[in-house]
Design a protein around this ligand. Structure first.
Ligand code: GLA
Length: 379
């Protein structure tokens, strides 16, 4: 900076920097800018949160989507570690749920059907015979209202969306609040809250595709993964859990000790063979108490970036980006299979049809709460 600058000069420079959307990564702050309009003409805003500790996250009101997440490596160099698109149009097109909030029900419900209180419900079947991630127009494709929040030690964004009774076939008006917080200690914390006026299944999650080497860095198979799970849920050939819990011991699903994602991903093992192959299963976390506990830890040996996932949920879907098929992403990057991974904290898939699984039914008068923290560091 020009050392001859006066106090006023500095103030003006800061105001100009702020107005132009530039955010100083050394200070905590929230910036808002326009990000375009949906096909129906709804305005979409982008909020950029900076935590003063080197992290910056961009979240837009369409789908509550995390469009960018800048994290420092072991040398302090930042990279954007989530896959995505440069413009709203990319997300309005065929996005594989990049960065999105997922609801009303994360993952699959078999044959798009369930029974609740002796009534039969029919959902939209948008994934073969099944319903995936809420249906054709899930929470990832809705515009949420947003309110910036500033608290001690964090900046955040409170998003609200009310899902109408009957939307995508689900019963009850469901009022949802999702609060993203970027904390001073480099955590992206997500608190989910919901209330309904009729009993309904609910399973909210977040669908960022991470690549800790940078969104444009290629394969994630060298990342080292630990998942705090002794069992996982085997699935049938439409990816619906069979209902059995299978021990991870002596299977490629054993991530109890850290190992590279790629080591056994091509193993000759029934559960890895489904088209087009790879990990896409719910791991049953050791912690089933609903307390916030470490569910997974991923490290990229090259950059030194580490991501820990803490969650109150009983499960986490580990998806190794198997369906990425040359998606034209941010800054000219092209995303192929296994170029990003997801860790979606959640209750188990198809729980509304599987009475032995922990219940996902929210009743009137109850409050649905869930918390997940993606915590970053470098080693
Ligand atoms: C989840 C599912 C996957 C896939 C992705 C999105 O992880 O389990 O099968 O649908 O979302 O492509």
């Amino acid at each position: 900076m020009d050392t001859k600058m006066t106090g006023w000069g500095i103030l003006v420079a800061l105001l100009v920097a702020t107005a132009s959307g530039a955010v100083d990564a050394k200070t905590m702050g929230i910036e808002k800018s326009a990000f375009g309009k949906t096909a129906e003409g709804e305005a979409v805003d982008l909020y950029t949160l900076t935590n003063g500790s080197g992290m910056r996250v961009g979240i837009m009101t369409y789908g509550g989507i995390v469009v960018s997440l800048e994290v420092p490596d072991r040398d302090g160099n930042s990279a954007d570690v989530v896959l995505g698109f440069d413009t709203l149009d990319g997300y309005l097109g065929e996005s594989p749920y990049f960065g999105a909030l997922i609801g009303r029900y994360g993952n699959r419900i078999a044959n798009g059907r369930f029974r609740l209180d002796r009534k039969k419900y029919k959902l939209v079947q948008n994934n073969g015979p099944n319903t995936l991630h809420g249906g054709t127009k899930g929470f990832d494709k809705r515009v949420w209202s947003a309110k910036p929040i500033r608290e001690d030690g964090s900046v955040g964004l409170r998003l609200r969306y009310t899902s109408a009774d009957g939307e995508e076939g689900y019963p009850g008006t469901l009022k949802c609040t999702v609060t993203y917080r970027l904390t001073e200690d480099n955590g992206l914390k997500i608190d989910y809250l919901a209330e309904t006026d009729k009993a309904t299944p609910i399973n909210l999650t977040h669908h960022s595709y991470f690549n800790l080497a940078g969104h444009d860095a290629g394969s994630i198979l060298g990342h080292e993964m630990m998942i705090a799970a002794d069992t996982f849920l085997p699935v049938d050939d439409t990816q619906i859990p069979t209902g059995k819990l299978r021990s991870v011991a002596d299977t490629p699903f054993d991530f109890r000790e850290p190992k590279a994602i790629g080591v056994e991903i091509n193993a000759d093992y029934d559960q890895l063979k489904f088209y087009p192959g790879g990990y896409d299963h719910c791991h049953v976390l050791r912690n089933q108490d609903g307390d916030l506990a470490l569910g997974a830890r991923v490290a990229d040996p090259k950059s030194g970036r580490v991501m820990e996932v803490y969650t109150t949920e009983p499960g986490v879907q580990f998806y190794s980006g198997n369906f990425l098929d040359g998606v034209a992403g941010k800054g000219g990057a092209v995303y192929y299979e296994r170029f990003g991974f997801c860790l979606e904290s959640q209750h188990y898939p198809d729980s509304p049809n599987q009475p032995a699984f922990p219940s996902t039914i929210l009743k009137p008068g109850q409050q649905y709460t869930s918390t997940t923290v993606y915590k970053f560091s470098a080693e």
